[in-house]
Every structure is written in C-alpha cells, then in structure tokens.
Design a protein around this ligand. Structure first.
Ligand code: ADP
Ligand code: MG
Length: 291
C-alpha cells in the first residue's frame, strides 16, 4: 500500500498546486518542526512599489534616474519597483556600463560617466562609501516596514529610495495554521532588521534573522538542524538556493525567473504560504495511512 498512497498523495498534491519530488520529501515534510521563510516574494507579493525618495542635496530625480538606469540590468523585484517609479515620473534613463550585481546586496555600474552603487547599507560599506549621512532617514522608513535602498554616486552617499511590498493576503492565515500544526516560523531575509521586524510583528512570526547573505541563510539552516530541528525552507529566489539545498525539505515558491527549483523537494506552483499548509495536511494524512 505504501507506493500507492504516496502516488495518490503526489497526485493530490499536484492538483493542489504542490509538486512533490519523491516519497522521502513527503515523509520528511510531515516531521518538519521549523519552517524558515524568506520575506520578499514569499511572505510578501514580491512586487514592491516606490513610496519615498530622499536626496539630501535636493535632486531626487538624479538619484532615481541613476538607480533606474542601473536596474535595467537586474531581474530583482526591487528593480521593477524602481523602474516603474522612474517611468511614472517620466525620467529619461541612460545606458549603464560595467553592470554588476551582488546577490543579496545590490547592484553597481557606471551611468553617464559616474559610478553608481545601489543596495543595502553593506553594499556601500563594501565599496568604502560611508552610508551614515542617510542612516537617520533609512531608520525612519524601515520603522514603517519599508525597504530603504541606499544610492551612492561617485563615492558619496547620494540618497535613498524606499519601496513597500504588500503582504500576501493568505500569509497571515497560513502562519496561524502552520503554528497549529506545530511549526515554529523563522524569517530569514537579506533585508534589514527594522523592516524585517515590522513585517514579522504584523504576522506573528516567531523569530527574525535579518541582513543575511545567501551563505548566512544556509548557515542558519545548518545551525537549526544541528540544534535538533527538522527544517523546511521556503524561498523564491536564486539567493535562497543554498538554504533550500541545506534544508531537510527545500520548498521553491512560484514560477519566477530565478526560482530555485533544482534544489527543491517541493515546488509550490502558485507560490503562497497557504499551499504549504495544504502540503502539510497531505503529508500528515499520507504518513498516518502508511503506518
Ligand atoms: P530577501 O531575502 O528579502 O528576498 P534579497 O536577499 O534579495 O532580499 O535582498 C536583500 C537586500 O539587498 C534588499 O533588501 C536590498 O536592500 C538589496 N538588494 C538586492 N538586490 C537589489 C537590487 N537589484 N536593487 C537594489 N537593492 C537590492
Ligand atoms: Mg526573496
């Protein structure tokens, strides 16, 4: 009866939008007691939109057009927000040279002969640029749950671009249901501490780890497993791939361009957390049947 019920379960899973790799993944998932979730694109819509511009020298458009010109080379959800913000303001964009992206940090390049950096605080620091003149404004925006990106032009902190990303409608209910099925929920995000805590508080998330690189996310998963947990990781991006691979069960969310499907034991077609609740109930029912 074992292979049969697994087949039935994977078939039912597929019709519920959950693609399960094999019987082992399903069985391991029934035992998961810690779920690590990425924030952007997993808890939230992943389609942030521009909310605030800060330019201490007064030229907001210069900050936004430099940033948007760079982001034409990026597929990150934050890039889309910046590009549509620039479009709405009718800004003309330039070509960027020497484009480079640092996963989990930001992007850089040369725009109109000027070197431009865009991303989190660490993105500037790593290039030897002092981000501190912008910290006060960044902290205010983050306290409102917004993601504030730093912009540097020619080695000077030039401004901030803030975006906000709506929490998916199904997220809060799914977290309650996962709590009821005995899971602890840990948010692991590359975004900063303040923004992460504002979102986590709204959702009743148990623990927050912010400012993480893809390798930090992976190390967190290893640490939780060594502590005796059975750990699932849900993420949507290329930056989540190492953590997914390190988990007992990796869960790839949605069908985005950079979905980390290869390292996943499960793939959620629609990519919202409610599908994890359905997968959990299915896994529990199947395993109970086999025993
Ligand atoms: P998350 O873990 O929440 O999905 P990421 O790891 O993708 O977030 O990104 C972490 C942070 O790095 C972002 O909050 C942002 O500040 C910065 N960042 C990453 N990619 C970009 C980009 N293309 N443009 C601007 N900022 C970026
Ligand atoms: Mg993400």
């Amino acid at each position: 009866a074992t292979p049969m019920s697994i087949m039935t379960a994977t078939g039912r899973g597929a019709s519920a939008g959950v693609l399960i790799k094999d019987a082992e993944a399903l069985e391991r998932f029934s035992k998961v007691d810690i779920l690590v979730v990425d924030k952007t694109g997993t808890l939230t819509e992943g389609r942030p939109s521009l909310t605030d511009l800060v330019a201490p020298d007064g030229d907001e458009d210069a900050v936004l057009s430099a940033a948007a010109s760079l982001e034409r080379g990026s597929e990150h959800p934050l890039a889309e927000a910046i590009l549509s913000g620039a479009r709405e303001r009718g800004l003309t964009l330039a070509d960027a040279d020497d484009f480079d992206s640092v996963t989990g940090r930001g992007v850089k390049g040369t725009v109109g002969g000027k070197s431009v950096l865009l991303g989190n605080r660490e993105m500037l620091e790593a290039a030897g640029v002092d981000p501190s003149p912008l910290d006060g404004d960044a902290e205010r925006l983050q306290g409102e749950g917004k993601t504030a990106m730093y912009v540097a032009i020619d080695g000077e902190a030039a401004g901030l671009i803030a975006v906000a990303d709506r929490i998916k409608e199904t997220t809060k209910g799914a977290i309650e249901a996962l709590h009821e099925s005995g899971m602890r929920i840990v948010m692991a995000t590359g975004d900063n501490e303040r923004t992460a805590h504002a979102v986590a508080k709204e959702l009743g998330i148990d623990e927050v780890r912010a400012g993480l690189s893809p390798e930090d996310k992976q190390a967190l998963v290893e640490e939780l497993r060594q502590g005796g947990g059975t750990v699932a990781v849900a993420g949507d991006g290329i930056n989540d791939a190492p953590a997914l691979a390190a988990a007992d069960v990796g869960i790839a969310m949605g069908t985005g361009a950079d979905v980390a499907v290869e390292s996943a034991g499960m793939t959620l077609v629609k990519g919202d957390l409610q599908a994890i609740v359905r997968a959990r109930h299915l896994a529990e029912a199947t395993i109970a049947n086999i025993k």
